[in-house]
Design a protein around this ligand. Structure first.
Ligand code: KG4
Ligand code: ZN
Length: 333
């Protein structure tokens, strides 16, 4: 079969990214321009600024992705793009660029669900991974335990009822006085700390998650303890949230009769989560998959991978494609 070369674009939040991916799993280039330094001084992503930055970077990022892959537009077979969920103005920049390219090159346009991209990063990392497996999606906006039944069928086993796990990390970072984005800084501080605070570890009868109680416990502790130790608070918080995630994965694996578990999303880069899950899998004889850090954060290679499988499944769009800020996981994945 002829190879399929995908030019993929991702612009759902604060990273402008383009990649060239061959046959879904071979990454020929993966270019990411991060806006973190620009948003840092505001303590979070400013949507209006994000859109403007995407507009400035998008063409350069696409050109660089082609250059690094040693490709020209003539080599491209399909255009993949994140169509949602995300910041609407940010998404529109990528979707408009992708539509323009699809029209000019007369190539199929493949809209990709951002969370599907995060899950599919695992197929790039491990070329032998095949469904079915469980995937724990832990990102800034989502916390979902998903049964990946095939490349196109997904079942949600559990999800957060309040904050996403990444949101909780970012909020805790702000509470203890660390900067933005908080996750990597909490990860770093926790390495030096001890679990002295014993924050709660809420679990439910079903496989849903709740992080707002842990977050509030951290805020209360910090307010009541003038001389709190940042490293200890971060360590205690991480121990609590990772215990909750591992508990639900443990139950989910049994319930779904699975022996493979993958991590996905920005928080999948967290060292304690990886370590605990690795130990748990070793003890139970489960296979554990996790993407390299560059494939955990927002990137276009993962979008190129998902676009390839969606294309094989006939899921292309015409030029009326629109970006959707709140594309659902339950219905649209
Ligand atoms: O998946 P992602 O890049 O963007 C979304 O689609 O949301 O996830 C971003 C989230 C942020 O909340 C960030 O603080 C968190 O991932 N994060 C981490 C780590 N690296 C990024 N959280 C904990 N530990 C990390 N090492
Ligand atoms: Zn993401």
């Amino acid at each position: 079969m002829k190879e399929i070369v995908c030019l993929a674009i991702e612009s759902s939040c604060d990273e402008t990214a383009a990649a060239v991916v061959r046959d879904g799993r071979i990454v020929e280039s993966n270019v990411i321009v991060s806006q973190i330094d620009i948003h840092k001084k505001y303590g979070g992503v400013v949507p209006e600024i994000a859109s403007r930055q995407h507009t400035e970077s998008i063409n350069l990022v696409v050109e660089e992705a082609l250059k690094q892959a040693n490709r020209t537009f003539d080599d491209i077979d399909i255009i993949g793009v994140t169509a949602g969920p995300g910041l609407i103005g940010a998404l529109l920049v990528g979707v408009s660029a992708a539509k323009g390219l699809a029209y000019a090159l007369k190539k199929p346009l493949v809209p990709v669900h951002h969370i599907k991209g995060h899950i599919f990063a695992n197929f790039i990392e491990d070329k032998s991974l095949e469904p079915p497996f469980l995937c724990m999606v832990v990102s800034g906006g989502h916390t979902h335990l998903i049964k990946v039944k095939s490349y196109s069928e997904f079942e949600i086993l559990g999800k957060t009822m309040d904050d996403a796990i990444g949101e909780a990390f970012d909020k805790v970072a702000r509470t203890v006085g660390l900067g933005y984005p908080g996750g990597p800084l909490v990860d770093q501080a926790a390495q030096e700390g001890q679990d002295v605070c014993h924050f709660p570890r809420p679990v439910f009868e079903n496989l849903n998650f709740s992080f707002s109680g842990i977050k509030t416990a951290v805020i209360n502790y910090v307010h009541k303890t003038p001389e709190f130790n940042i490293n200890d608070v971060c360590r205690s918080f991480e121990e609590a949230v990772t215990d909750v995630v591992i508990t639900n994965i443990k139950r989910g694996m049994k319930q779904a009769g699975m022996n493979k578990i993958a991590l996905a999303g920005g928080v999948a880069a967290n060292r304690m989560l990886r370590e605990k899950l690795k130990n748990f899998c070793e003890k139970n004889g489960y296979q554990f998959y996790y993407p390299a850090p560059v494939l955990c954060t927002d990137n276009a290679a993962m979008i190129g991978c998902a676009a390839y499988y969606d294309y094989l499944d006939g899921k292309t769009a015409d030029l009326s494609l629109n970006a959707t800020a709140n594309l659902s996981i339950e219905k649209d994945l």
